[in-house]
Design a binder for this molecule. Structure first.
Ligand code: SF4
Length: 677
C-alpha cells in the first residue's frame, strides 16, 4: 500500500507491506529515501496507549451521545452568545479533507472565522509574506531545484534534522555538482556543521542580513533590471529602505570575511535557492524576514527557474493542504480572500451557506486568550495538544480549565484531552484516508492500511456528524473523503479564470476508484513566476520596503535569550515518537544547552541542574555545555512536556510576543535568566 509519511512537510512517499514500512521509490519527494522517523513508523502502530472510545465527563458514552451533546452545547452557545463565542483549533496533522469539513462548518454554517490551527506556530509568517509579495500563498519552486542549484542558502532551518530527506538531496547535489551550502543560524546546528559557510548571526538578525544582501546586489550590478521592470512593483522603495541602514558584519555578530564571502557567493551565483523555515517564521518580525528574502530573489530574477528561488520548508505534513482549504482564521478556502467581497459571495453561494463572516477570526494566541477571558465558551480541539505546545502553555491550561465546554479529539491521551469535557478517539496514520500537500505543492494520498482501534473515527467524519446535528445535513452529506476532495477541487476552479494559481478543478469529477489510485501531482506545475504572472490584480509581484526591526528591549533580570526548536528524532509533544525506543536513543532527556563561556562564568558543569526562568515560567533541566551555542543564548528542544519529564513544559516559558501581521509566536527569542541549582 502506498501512502505518505505523517511527520514533516517534505511529504515522503511510503510503502507499507505486511507491516514493514519502506520509502516509495516512485514518489517525487523522496525517491525511496526515508529518515529515521519515517523508517520507524511501523513502531508507532502500537494501540496500547490509544484513545478507544468517546467519553463525556470521564464516562464512556456512545458516539451518538457524545456528538449529540457536543452539537447541543455548541448550538446553545451560538444561540445565546453568537457565533464568535465558539471556536475550532486544528492541526497540520489533519488531512485536507478533515480541514475542509471543519473550515466549511465554522465559516460557512456557524458563521464565524474562529478556526485556527497549529500551523499558526509553523508557517503563518510565510503565508503572510507570500501574499504580500505574490498576491497568493505560493511556493514558487520545487525540490528538484535543490539538486539543480549551485548555492543553497539555509536560513533559520536545521534542515539536516527537521527535513532530513531534503538535506540528503542537498548533500547529493554538493557531491554531484559542487553546490555550496550556507547556513544562517545563531546555533552551530547539525546542518551548520556540514555547511561550507556558517553565519552564526545574532538572534533575529535575518532581516538585516537580507537587507544588506539587497544593497550588495545593487552595488555589484546584479539586479535583473528586465525582470524587475516587467514583473514587479516597488523595487526603488525597497532598495531605499534597505540602504537607509548601515549593516555591518559586527552588527550581525559575524566576521567581516564571512559576510563578504556570503555576499560574493550570492551575487555571483545565479542558481541560488534560499530555503527558510522556523528560524525565519517564529519571530516578532517573521513576515518582514520572509519579504526580505523574497525581495532579493525578485530583484535578481532568481525565481521559478531551475535551481533558483525562495523556498519555504513547511514544518508539518499537511500545513500546505490546510492553507489550500483556508484552515487558518484569516484565510478562506481555495485561496479566496476575506477582503474581497466577490470571493466571499462566490464561496457562500458555492457552499449554499446561510452566512459567511466578513472578517478574519481569532488567531491561535488570541483564541486561547478569548477562551480565558470567557468570550469563547465552547471550543473543539483536534489532532493537537495546545495545553503543552502553545506559548504560555500554563495559561492555555488555565483557559481550558475555565472554559465551559471543551471537546478534544486525538489518537492518544494528552494534557489537552485531560482538560476536555468530551474526549473523542481519532483515527490516525495508517487508518485515515485522504490527501496531504507537501512543501513543493505536491498533493499525495494518505491511504488506510489498518483498521482504526476501538471506536476511533477520522476527523472529517466527526465534523460532518457535528454539522448534521447542528442542522446542516444537506450540505454535509459526505460519506467518504473522496466526496469532500471532489468538492474542494470543484471550488478551486470557481470564479477562477486565472485569478488564482491554486486550481485543481480538473480533478473535481474523479471517480472513487480514481481518487483511490490518484498518484502524487503538483498543482501549478513544477515552477512558477519565471515570466511573472503573479496573483495580484495587475499580475506584478510586490517588493516590500522592509525596515529593520526595533531592537528588542533587554532586561537585566533576564540577560539570556532562550531559543526553542526541534530534535531530529522527535515530533511535536512526542505523543507518537516518545514511545518508540529507537527514537529515544539519540536524546533520552531534555536539557538546556549553553556556551562554555557562560558555563564558566556561572561555574556550571555538564549535567548540573539549571533553572531557566522567563517572565512566563521556569523549568529545571540538566545543563548541556555546547560549543554550538553562542554566549548569552540558551537552547531547549520544545518537545518535552509534563508527560515526559517532571520538569515542566518548555513552551510555558515562551511569551505572547508574535509577528503583528501573521500572528506567529516568537518562539526563538525569549529573554531568560539562568540559575545553577
Ligand atoms: Fe517523514 Fe519528513 Fe522524514 Fe520524509 S523527511 S521520512 S516526510 S519525517
Amino acid at each position: 500500500m502506498k501512502t505518505t509519511c505523517p511527520y514533516c512537510g517534505v511529504g515522503c512517499g511510503v510503502e507499507v507491506n505486511a507491516g514493514v514500512v519502506s520509502g516509495d521509490a516512485a514518489h517525487p519527494a523522496n525517491a525511496g529515501r526515508l529518515c529515521i522517523k519515517g523508517s520507524t513508523l511501523a513502531a508507532t502502530l502500537d494501540d496500547s496507549n490509544r484513545l478507544l472510545v468517546p467519553t463525556s465527563g470521564g464516562r464512556q458514552v456512545s458516539w451518538d451521545e457524545a456528538l449529540d451533546e457536543a452539537a447541543a452545547k455548541f448550538s446553545a452557545v451560538i444561540a445565546q452568545h453568537g457565533p464568535d463565542a465558539v471556536a475550532f483549533y486544528g492541526s497540520g496533522q489533519f488531512l485536507t479533507e478533515d480541514y475542509y469539513a471543519a473550515n466549511k462548518l465554522m465559516k460557512g454554517f456557524i458563521g464565524s472565522a474562529n478556526i485556527d490551527t497549529n500551523s499558526r506556530l509553523c508557517m503563518a509568517s510565510t503565508v503572510a509574506g507570500h501574499i504580500r509579495a505574490f498576491g497568493e500563498d505560493i511556493v514558487p519552486g520545487c525540490y528538484d531545484d535543490i539538486e539543480e542549484a549551485d548555492l543553497l542558502v539555509l536560513a533559520g532551518s536545521n534542515t539536516a534534522w527537521c527535513h532530513p530527506v531534503l538535506f540528503e538531496r542537498a548533500l547529493a547535489a554538493r557531491a554531484a555538482r559542487g553546490t555550496k551550502i550556507v547556513v544562517i543560524d545563531p546555533r552551530r546546528t547539525a546542518t551548520a556543521a556540514l555547511a561550507d559557510l556558517h553565519l552564526p548571526i545574532r538572534p533575529d538578525g535575518d532581516t538585516a542580513l537580507f537587507l544588506r544582501l539587497l544593497t550588495a546586489l545593487n552595488q555589484q550590478d546584479k539586479i535583473d533590471a528586465s525582470y524587475v521592470r516587467c514583473h514587479t512593483k516597488g523595487f526603488a522603495k525597497a532598495l531605499a529602505a534597505a540602504e537607509e541602514n548601515h549593516i555591518s558584519a559586527a552588527s550581525l555578530g559575524i566576521a567581516d570575511a564571512d559576510l563578504d564571502t556570503f555576499l560574493h557567493w550570492f551575487c555571483e551565483t545565479p542558481r541560488t535557492v534560499t530555503l527558510f523555515s522556523q528560524g525565519v517564521n517564529q519571530s516578532s518580525n517573521g513576515t518582514d524576514k520572509v519579504n526580505a528574502i523574497l525581495n532579493v530573489h525578485l530583484a535578481s530574477g532568481r525565481i521559478g527557474k531551475p535551481g533558483m528561488g525562495p523556498f519555504s520548508l513547511t514544518g508539518q505534513p499537511n500545513a500546505m493542504g490546510g492553507r489550500e482549504v483556508g484552515g487558518l482564521a484569516n484565510q478562506l478556502a481555495a485561496h479566496l480572500r476575506f477582503e474581497n467581497a466577490e470571493d466571499r459571495a462566490m464561496l457562500q453561494s458555492f457552499w449554499n451557506a446561510p452566512r459567511l463572516p466578513k472578517k478574519p477570526g481569532l488567531k491561535a494566541l488570541d483564541m486561547f486568550d478569548a477562551v480565558l477571558a470567557g468570550r469563547v465558551k465552547a471550543i473543539w480541539i483536534a489532532a493537537t495538544n495546545p495545553a503543552e505546545s502553545l506559548p504560555r502553555s500554563a495559561r492555555v491550561r488555565a483557559a481550558l480549565e475555565a472554559c465551559p465546554f471543551v471537546v478534544a479529539a486525538d489518537c492518544w491521551p494528552t494534557e489537552t484531552t485531560r482538560l476536555a469535557n468530551i474526549v473523542l478517539p481519532a483515527a490516525g496514520w495508517g487508518e485515515k484516508d485522504g490527501t496531504v500537500t507537501n512543501s513543493e505543492r505536491t498533493i499525495s494520498r494518505q491511504r488506510p492500511f489498518r483498521a482504526a482501534p476501538g471506536e476511533a473515527k477520522p476527523d472529517w467524519w466527526m465534523f460532518t456528524q457535528l454539522a448534521r446535528r447542528m442542522g446542516f445535513a444537506a450540505q454535509f452529506a459526505y460519506t467518504k473523503p473522496a466526496d469532500i476532495f471532489r468538492e474542494h477541487a470543484a471550488l478551486s476552479g470557481c470564479g477562477n479564470e486565472g485569478a488564482r494559481l491554486f486550481d485543481i478543478s480538473g480533478r473535481a469529477k474523479l471517480s472513487d476508484a480514481a481518487y483511490d489510485d490518484m498518484a502524487p501531482f503538483t498543482w501549478g506545475g513544477k515552477r512558477l513566476f519565471a515570466r511573472g504572472g503573479f496573483s495580484t490584480p495587475d499580475r506584478l509581484a510586490r517588493f516590500l520596503p522592509v525596515a529593520l526591526p526595533a531592537p528588542q528591549k533587554r532586561d537585566q533580570a533576564f540577560p539570556f535569550i532562550l531559543n526553542t526548536g526541534r530534535l531530529r528524532d522527535q515530533w511535536h509533544t512526542m505523543t507518537r515518537t516518545g514511545f518508540v525506543p529507537a527514537l529515544m536513543e539519540s536524546a533520552a532527556e531534555p536539557s538546556f544547552s549553553l556556551s562554555p563561556e557562560d558555563a564558566k562564568a556561572q561555574n556550571i558543569t555538564q549535567g548540573d541542574l539549571l533553572r531557566v526562568t522567563t517572565r512566563h515560567g521556569s523549568a529545571v533541566l540538566p545543563a548541556e555545555i555546547s560549543q554550538n551555542q553562542r554566549a548569552g543564548e540558551i537552547f531547549a528542544a520544545m518537545h518535552w512536556t509534563g508527560a515526559h519529564s517532571t520538569t515542566g513544559t518548555i513552551n510555558q516559558l515562551i511569551g505572547p510576543e508574535h509577528d503583528p501581521i501573521s500572528g506567529q509566536p516568537a518562539s526563538k527569542f525569549e529573554p531568560a535568566s539562568v540559575q545553577r541549582l
